[in-house]
Design a protein around this ligand. Structure first.
Ligand code: DHB
Ligand code: FE
Length: 283
């Protein structure tokens, strides 16, 4: 049987990808950030996923105002890294797991979560940066070390889904993966966040106290995290902090009680508070 062994939450700041792509991760500005992922990369090597189910948001790359799916599941054989204005990132093409993705679509839609099926989709920094930080130098080989199923969540244009909706979708994804007959080690990533605001009067807003409480909730009290309202995300974590609802999809797919393996919190990375946590399922 396929099983979800662990969940990973991780920010996706584009400048982190640029730092890796241009080889400046040892510079004083970046070193403390990347040092927090040394243990994560060792853990990835030791735990080798077959598939990563990666929950991220598209930043007006594959979608724009003409089409705004709330939840879009990547069912294609592969996903090209997108050109976000400076050419595509020099990272491998992302290979999907079409059979498992189709099974998840079938299971989750019949479980009453209406997903948009994407048979063609380019992926932006929201997806490639978390892979880069977690795989490190392995992400610069010809291929990523595992297959990836992308789930794009709309957090760019209101109404975004609630945290509760995302949490419950995570539970449906868990049921789908649990019912897939092939033996697969599946990890689920929730990406984006933490507190950040890129625009207008409060640009640069960071809220470490709130972020750290949210990391505690991820580890020990997912129900409390699922109850956080849009208004609270906006007020406490800035206009882009809403990306954290995607962590709740990840958390919903895990056991209620999990083991926290690693945590890292660092400010600043560009305009964003970088948060990262690794949670293992008990079984
Ligand atoms: C930044 C953060 C993001 O989440 C994003 O999508 C784009 C930019 C930033 O801090 O620069
Ligand atoms: Fe973002």
């Amino acid at each position: 049987m396929a099983r979800i062994t662990a969940g990973v939450a991780c920010s996706h700041v584009p400048a982190i990808g640029v730092a890796m792509d241009t080889g400046i991760t040892e510079q004083p500005y970046w070193k403390p950030l990347f040092d927090g992922f040394i243990k994560s990369r060792e853990w990835m090597k030791a735990n080798k996923p077959d598939v990563i189910f990666l929950v991220y948001n598209d930043h007006c790359t594959a979608f724009d105002a003409s089409c705004i799916p709330t939840f879009a599941l990547g069912c294609a054989a592969e996903f090209q890294p997108a050109d976000e204005g400076w050419g595509p990132r020099p990272v491998p093409v992302v290979k999907g797991h079409q059979k498992l993705a189709s099974h998840i679509a079938q299971s989750v839609i019949l479980d009453e979560f209406d997903l948009t099926i994407m048979n063609e989709m380019e992926v932006d920094h929201g997806l490639t940066v978390p892979l880069s930080v977690m795989f490190g130098e392995h992400g610069t080989d010809d291929e990523w070390p595992c297959l990836v199923i992308p789930l794009a969540v709309n957090v760019v244009q209101y109404p975004a889904p609630t945290g509760r909706r995302c949490y419950n979708l995570g539970k449906a994804i868990r049921r789908a993966i649990d019912s897939y007959p092939e033996d697969l080690n599946v990890m689920i990533f929730g990406t984006g966040g933490m507190s950040h605001q890129l625009q207008a009067e409060r640009a640069g807003l960071i809220n470490p106290e709130w972020d750290n409480r949210f990391l505690d909730y991820m580890a020990n009290d997912p129900e409390a995290a699922a109850s956080i309202t849009h208004l609270e995300y906006l007020r406490e974590t800035g206009s882009e902090g809403i990306e954290m609802v995607m962590w709740l999809v990840m958390r919903g797919a895990l056991d209620e009680k999990v083991t926290e393996v690693h945590r890292h919190y660092h400010v600043p990375a560009s305009n964003t508070a970088v948060g990262h946590i690794i949670l293992e399922n008990h079984a």
